[in-house]
Ligand binder design. Structure first.
Ligand code: HEC
Length: 464
């Protein structure tokens, strides 16, 4: 070997020293074998052995009826190759472009059929939006533990690698709590300090999606500092969002207080007088889950500016043949100005420069750079029915180009909590990239009707 030919002059004493050092290093490395095996195990191996093996392979093993029915085997020998970037057996999911597990990272999470089938928090959505996607997994058993679900989520977000440990599994696997569906509506008692808003009970007609707005005017002249938001709803809610109105909303559009403004008539037609106001909404808080108890980080409060009321948006879905009853309780817990060290601000990036040629798919890109330092900890997109994808990337700084948000569903974009917050130094910002399919014969522009389009990103951030 040429390498050996170049090294014979090294004195043997030095070689021995080197050998000793190497031995010591090898000892140190192999010594690590004694520590928890998770240090060596890839996240995929942990998931297969600790999550799939005990919960899934009873059915998903070669030769079982279940494996034939699902065409999916989850034992260690074949599971990875059966999952990653493999189209599902389920025809509806396949037609929707899902794969069993996508290796695209964050953008692949909602394209991963396995994720859809285990994500307990979205179980109600899964069952009501996708009745043709089959059953929730594990079939006939309680959902996986929250820590197991989180481990799988982190693995998918990291691109579903075979050989890499993407996160420390120990603390996650120690979390044995399970998501329990709120079968029962738990009414809230009023907060000791703050605002209690109550909607309903109201009726949702059979086989109908009832979505309405309800205006709660400003209380007092001070504005509010909200440190905690509690929301509890009767089953059947699809989402619930609190908005404020933008400063430039025409006064003619100001809704009257405490009216139920349905966006659809009982016949299903849209009411544009109601929808027109939506163009001027700014996200304040909201949830897609039947109940939520969100606390801002210690010492942080969200500001509801003086004089601003809240426009509440409830969306119920009733797929049964009988009327159901909806009800929403909201508590905004507030603190005095002296008690909040930092005030969360609402991020509102609204691209009005929209022009989408007919019969084409168009991607609009818009970059926003900020002059102040921002710690962004929530993101939520808004667009209309032609939107196919809404992506948000970091622009500038060390994380430039990193995807931090993605939505595929214009009607129900995810409300993404970003933890730890995304820190944007002065001069850095966010790049919004939205793709629209304009299947109509006219150019689409910015506007409030669902035939028009929008490109908005809401969020929360701390300044400074
Ligand atoms: C009691 C048996 C049983 C258990 C336990 C079970 N499954 Fe399934 N699984 C099925 C059946 C049957 C199907 C096909 C019908 C359907 O999709 O609902 C299926 C389908 C699937 C599919 C869709 C396959 C495709 O390509 O269409 C995935 C993904 C899946 N299971 C994952 C899991 C995971 C992950 C677990 C464990 C957390 C699990 N299953 C536990 C019986 C089971």
């Amino acid at each position: 070997m040429p390498l050996m030919a170049q090294t014979p002059r090294i004195p043997t004493s030095r070689l021995r020293r080197t050998a000793f050092l190497l031995g010591a290093i090898i000892f140190l490395i192999t010594g690590c074998d004694q520590s928890p095996e998770s240090l060596d195990e890839s996240t995929w191996e942990t998931i297969q052995a600790k999550v799939l093996e005990p919960n899934c392979t009873g059915c998903h093993a070669a030769g079982t009826d279940f494996a034939r029915q699902s065409d999916l085997v989850l034992t260690a020998d074949v599971a990875y190759d059966q999952l990653v970037d493999v189209p599902p057996r389920n025809a509806a999911a396949k037609a929707d472009g899902l794969v069993r597990i996508s290796s695209e990272g964050l953008a692949g999470l909602d394209k991963s059929f396995l994720w859809e089938k285990i994500n307990a928090r979205e179980r109600e959505h899964f069952l009501s939006d996708h009745p043709e996607y089959g059953s929730f997994m594990p079939l006939g058993a309680p959902p996986l533990a929250n820590g197991e679900i989180e481990l799988i989520r982190r693995w998918i977000v990291a691109g579903a690698p075979r050989d890499v440990q993407v996160t420390d599994p120990e603390p996650l696997l120690a979390d044995k709590t399970r998501f329990e569906e709120a079968q029962e509506f738990i009414p809230l008692s009023a907060p000791s300090k703050g605002l209690a808003i109550r909607l309903g009970p109201f009726e949702v007609a059979p086989n109908f999606e009832r979505e309405f707005f309800y205006y709660e005017p400003a209380s007092g002249t001070q504005g509010l500092l909200v440190e905690r938001v509690e929301i509890s709803m009767r089953p059947g809610s699809h989402h619930f969002i609190l908005y404020t109105h933008a400063d430039d909303m025409p006064t003619a559009l100001q809704p009257s207080a405490h009216d139920y403004r349905d966006i659809r008539t009982p016949g299903g037609a849209l009411d544009f007088d109601v929808i027109r106001v939506m163009e001027h909404h700014i996200f304040f808080a909201g949830t897609q889950w039947p109940s939520m108890d969100y606390r801002f980080p210690p010492g942080v409060a969200l500001r509801l500016p003086a004089g601003k009321g809240l426009d509440l948006n409830s969306h119920y879905v009733n797929r049964s043949n009988d009327p159901i009853t909806g009800e929403v309780h909201v508590n905004l817990h507030t603190v005095d100005p002296g008690e909040a060290q930092r005030v969360a601000e609402v991020l509102f990036l609204n691209n009005l420069n929209i022009s989408l040629p007919p019969q084409q798919t168009t991607t609009l890109t818009r970059t926003y750079r900020f002059t102040d330092r921002r710690e962004v900890f929530m993101l939520f997109s808004h667009a209309h029915q032609h939107m196919q994808e809404f992506r948000v990337y970091v622009d500038g700084g060390t994380r430039s180009g990193e995807l931090v948000y993605i939505a595929y569903d214009w009607e129900h974009p995810p409300i993404a909590e970003i933890d730890p917050p995304l820190v944007l130094e002065p001069g850095e910002g966010l790049r919004l990239e939205a793709t629209y399919n304009n299947w109509t014969d006219r150019t689409l522009t910015f506007g409030l009707r669902s035939e028009d389009e929008m490109m908005i990103l809401f969020g929360y951030y701390l300044s400074g």
